[in-house]
Write a protein that binds this ligand. Structure first.
Ligand code: NIG
Ligand code: FE
Length: 398
């Protein structure tokens, strides 16, 4: 049954904020009508009705890049980095991602779900209605499947859409040290085939970096993804420029993510392919990086920018999209409007989801209601609890 929301300001996120003051929304599972309250068709006037006290309504936020399914944590590595060790040094000594792999392999599926649930809850409590979850801490066929199944299961436990991304090409496990090509052939590609056969894969990702996989190795994996009809995305240009974004663009990638070292050539390739630039300020902040992603050049080239938490145990132990938006503005000079597009319309596009991320008739009724007057407040506040309520598929959820 449909309901009517009034006494609200809507940020429709169509083109920009798309503000509608004194708006009304009619919805069931989808939005049926949205517009100025004065224009509300008379037929909707008698519906069950909630007045939102003048609050701000946006599309429910979308976290388009997370790694929330993992065992253990990396607080000890955080301390080492504060004493001067770099992320790359720790990784080359077998710490970093590989220490999480050890803890993740040892964890049961139930333990992984139980550990991830508070992270998912925290992201939802800050306004999210859709969360992407990557694998990448198993690095065997069986363990990558375990992570993807856990991610799918999480989506059934909460009122949220979970999308899954296969990221077996995240790190080279010790048993394949010096044999990255064999790892791609024997683990990354077979785990992708097996996970896809089980319906566990919405997209395919890889980490293209000196401490991970080369462009040629990523390309072989992407060719396999293409043969399965799966979209790709890429951790590219985070610590150095290997031309990963341009490679991803050649495969029509949904997104290239991080991008601190992205070149002008990479920007042009992304603009031509329509790939989204996913900006991840939590990792930049945590690793105390100094090279900023080329936000002004991406803007000038018309590349859509998304913003995500990158929630993971090493480079970004962060579970708040509004905090990621604040960092994107303060650290990278994105505008608050770009930051909110980055967690709504552009994040939807980074996941290939056309049915959400904006408020319009026909879109899924995934809404966030904020105790705020203007959408810039969502990026402006630091550590605020501004979320008042979420509606997911048209239903009010806790
Ligand atoms: O997105 N860059 C590679 N992967 C993650 C970090 C994973 C980890 O350190 O555990 C990222 O930053
Ligand atoms: Fe990541």
């Amino acid at each position: 049954m449909a309901i009517l929301l009034t006494d609200l300001t809507a940020a429709t996120m169509q083109g920009g904020y798309g503000l509608l003051p004194d708006a009304a929304i009619v919805m069931d599972g989808a939005i049926r009508w949205i517009g100025p309250r004065a224009d509300l068709p008379a037929e909707y006037g008698a519906l069950p009705h909630s007045a939102l006290g003048g609050r701000l309504v946006t599309p429910a936020l979308i976290d388009c890049h997370t790694h929330i399914v993992f065992g253990g944590n990396r607080a000890a590595e955080f301390e080492l980095r504060l004493q001067g060790a770099s992320y790359e040094e720790i990784a080359r000594k077998g710490g970093g991602i590989l220490s999480t792999v050890t803890a993740t392999r040892a964890a049961t599926p139930e333990a992984l779900v139980a550990a991830a649930l508070p992270r998912l809850d925290a992201i939802m409590a800050q306004g999210a209605g859709t969360v992407e979850i990557k694998s990448g801490y198993g690095l065997t066929v069986a363990d990558e499947l375990k992570l993807l199944r856990a991610a799918r299961h999480l989506g059934t436990l909460r009122p949220v859409t979970v999308t899954t991304t296969h990221l077996a090409a995240h790190a080279i496990p010790p048993e394949y040290a010096g044999r990255a090509d064999a790892y791609i052939d024997e683990v990354a590609i077979p785990s992708l085939a097996a996970a896809h056969a089980e319906g566990l894969v919405d997209a395919v990702d890889a980490f293209c970096e000196g401490i991970a996989f080369s462009p040629a190795q990523v390309e072989r994996l992407f060719a396999h993804a293409r043969s399965l009809g799966l979209p790709v995305k890429l951790h590219a240009e985070q610590l150095s420029d290997l031309g990963g974004a341009a490679l991803a663009a050649r495969f029509g990638a949904q997104s290239a993510d991080h991008l601190e070292y992205l070149s002008a050539t990479g920007i042009a390739a992304m603009a031509a392919s329509g790939s989204v630039a996913v900006i991840l300020p939590g990792a930049f902040y945590t690793l105390r990086e100094t090279q900023m992603p080329p936000v002004a050049a991406l803007r000038a080239a018309g590349v859509p920018m998304a913003v995500a938490t990158d929630c993971n145990p090493g480079s970004s132990p962060m579970t708040s999209l509004p905090l990621a938006m604040n960092m994107a503005c303060t650290l990278f000079r994105m505008t608050p409007e770009e930051a909110l597009l980055g967690t709504t319309a552009h994040a939807a596009r980074a996941l290939g989801l056309a049915d959400r991320g904006t408020l319009a008739a026909g879109q899924r009724a995934d809404l966030a209601v904020w105790s705020a007057d203007h959408p810039a407040e969502l990026s402006y506040r630091i550590g605020a609890e501004a979320l008042h309520a979420r509606y997911i598929g048209g239903r009010l959820v806790a």
